[in-house]
Design a protein around this ligand. Structure first.
Ligand code: M6R
Length: 609
């Protein structure tokens, strides 16, 4: 996720560009840059770090001109640095481009362009777009942009500026947001409404495949085939703060709803085109390497630790390697048995959690090979680990992790399947079947998010209870742990998760009339056993909300309410069952009037031990 802006009008472009970018920093903030056409040249200014660093660099020497584009970056391809910051230019400096998204076939294009003599200055996927434009340009800017679009695969919103056409910007989008703000004698382009809301409330919301030519007095939009599109003006009636959250009341809710896209982005570049295999090009693991270690540790904190528990299940089940999971704050102090035959996988959304970083350093000291699963490119953990796999979830602002968890699960599943392919512990037919189901997950997450009303009702009904229990077996237990953490941290309700079979060893004493119990029952191999445990709590008059897969007609006979998620393989279903639990936590917190995005006593990134 990155933020992009564009301006064409009569005023100083740089003023709007910097103002607009400041409203988009929530989309990424590891570097920023602007490009302004000054009447003869395009002046590009960029800097690693937050927008403030760019402003400091520019100082009072603001680029002059009324045509420009800008970018605030969330690094994907290429670490945060001045040279990787956008805008990116072609060899001649005649074209500049800003991009939000991922160009999936950039490596092939880059090789081709280098062969043709293009010189690259960055490690980004985006730079190929500028050079490609230079390559295919023959006097018609729009035709050249369309040519570029035919050649690139992936997700993008793009704004193009050309010195040869100083009256216009051209923009387009595919799977990433883009809006055009309509002014008087000026027009604006941005990733999101907060960037333009101070200037105009009249907007066009761009659809996938549309191309807009934006001058100061006109906006001409055509579809993929070049046919004119008549757009309705969308009048923004939110206030600026609501706009930053995309119209959602809180970042947590926004991020819950971003999960279909986040999980799609995480998996998209890691599946072979024919769907027959997982391809993780980032990892250089051959069979010899995989067979060289006899143990895997997964080490993390909080939600990332819960994802690690699911990761253990996946790797053991699919790749048949022994895995231990530990919380980072314990791991290092228990003198773990780590040597050169150990693989340590650390999981961290922020990549900055100090306990996790310390566990990583200690394991390296003891000789382990290390792999980081993180969301933040260039973070301390990403830099320290031998190898890195990124969850392409985009920035997570709310303290409560949601999309980080589901994308971590996707990545663990793909890693386990990838290891299984190499170790030949799963048949090619089963691999194909699982990949087919994996590809359905983004749409199934959307489906799970499509009807939140029953969850709101439960939150209102039970939001004032002081204790809530979560139970489940196998993978359901792992998700129960995450569900209870979510509820605790945002609603302050005391919540505990138990392996359903463990209740009778003590905790059952706490189950009395009216106590809510959330019971997950999606794992077929332990389904009957879970039903027995549900009957145990029902017999003590608990109120049970069951979580089941579509097609399960049995569970509703034994519980008070059922929430159903779409059917999939039981390995993948945690990515769906956690969604209603996130929503339940969110709406319970709302019911209780809690500050959802900033829960008391907590911080987003825990950089102290
Ligand atoms: O950035 P990290 O993933 O390393 O953070 C780990 C935990 O601090 C984090 O998951 C925390 O538990 C969240 N607030 C949970 O929602």
């Amino acid at each position: 996720m990155c933020g992009i802006v564009g301006y064409v009008g009569n005023k100083e472009a740089a003023v709007f560009l910097l103002e607009g970018l400041s409203k988009l920093e929530y989309r990424g903030y590891d570097s920023a840059g602007i490009a302004v056409y000054d009447g003869s040249e395009i002046r590009v200014e960029k800097s690693v770090g937050r927008l403030a660093a760019l402003k400091d660099k520019i100082g009072s020497n603001m680029p002059k001109g009324s045509l420009g584009i800008g970018h605030t970056r969330w690094a994907t391809h290429g670490r945060p640095s001045d040279s990787n910051a956008h805008p990116h230019a072609d060899c001649s400096g005649d074209f500049v481009v800003v991009h939000n998204g991922i160009i999936e076939n950039y490596l092939n294009l880059k090789e081709e362009l280098i062969e043709k003599g293009h010189a690259f200055r960055s490690e980004t996927d985006t730079e190929v777009v500028a050079h490609l434009l230079e390559e295919v340009y023959h006097g018609d800017f729009e035709a050249a942009v369309r040519d570029v679009l035919r050649r690139i695969d992936g997700s993008y919103s793009l704004v193009f500026l050309s010195k040869k056409h100083p009256d216009r910007l051209i923009c387009t989008k595919q799977d990433n947001p883009l809006v055009i703000g309509l002014g008087e004698g000026e027009n604006f382009i941005a990733s999101d409404i907060p960037a333009i809301i101070q200037r105009t409330r009249r907007t066009f919301i761009m659809n996938d495949g549309e191309v807009a030519v934006v001058t100061k007095d006109s906006v001409t939009i055509t579809n993929r085939r070049g046919e004119p599109v008549q757009k309705k003006v969308f009048e923004v009636n939110w206030n600026a703060e609501a706009a930053e959250k995309g119209g959602y009341e809180h970042f947590m809710l926004k991020e819950i709803h971003e999960q279909p896209k986040a999980v799609r982005d995480t998996m998209s570049q890691r599946i072979a085109k024919d769907g027959s295999a997982i391809v993780i090009d980032e990892l250089k693991w051959d069979a010899a390497f995989l067979n060289s270690f006899n143990k895997i540790y997964i080490v993390a904190c909080g939600t990332a630790y819960h994802a690690g528990m699911v990761g253990k299940y996946y790797i053991e089940k699919l790749a048949r390697v022994l895995v231990e999971v530990d919380v980072a704050s314990e791991f290092r102090y228990r003198d773990p048995i780590v040597d050169e035959n150990t693989l340590l996988i650390v999981v961290s959304q922020s990549g900055e959690t100090s306990d996790t970083l310390a566990a990583l350093k200690e394991s390296k000291r003891l000789g382990a090979k290390t792999l980081a699963i993180t969301n933040v490119v260039g973070s301390s953990i990403a830099r320290e680990a031998d190898q890195v796999l990124y969850t392409w979830a985009g920035p997570e602002i709310a303290v409560a992790s949601t999309k980080a968890y589901t994308t971590q699960l996707i990545l663990f599943f793909m890693l386990a399947l990838y290891m299984a392919e190499i170790k030949k512990t799963v048949s090619p037919e089963r691999v194909k079947e699982l990949i087919k189901l994996l590809k359905q997950i983004p749409a199934q997450v959307s489906e799970t998010l499509s009807d939140v009303d029953p969850i709101k009702t439960f939150a209102r009904q039970y939001g004032f209870n002081e204790d809530v229990f979560y139970i489940g077996r196998s993978l359901d237990y792992d998700v129960a742990l995450e569900g209870s953490l979510k509820l605790k941290e945002v609603s302050y309700i005391h919540a505990e998760a138990y392996a359903a079979g463990e209740l009778k060893h003590g905790t059952l004493a706490l189950i009395v009339e009216g106590v809510p119990v959330i019971a997950l029952a999606t794992q077929k191999s332990v389904y009957e056993k879970t039903l027995s445990n549900i009957k145990e709590v029902k017999a003590r008059d608990a109120v049970v909300i069951g979580i089941a897969a579509e097609g399960d007609e049995e569970l509703e006979k034994y519980v008070d309410h059922v929430i159903k998620v779409p059917e999939t393989d039981e390995l993948l279903i945690p990515i769906l069952t956690v969604v209603p639990l996130q929503l339940l936590a969110y709406y319970a917190a709302i019911t209780r009037g809690c500050d959802v995005d900033k829960p008391r006593n907590l911080a987003k990134s825990v950089t102290v031990e």
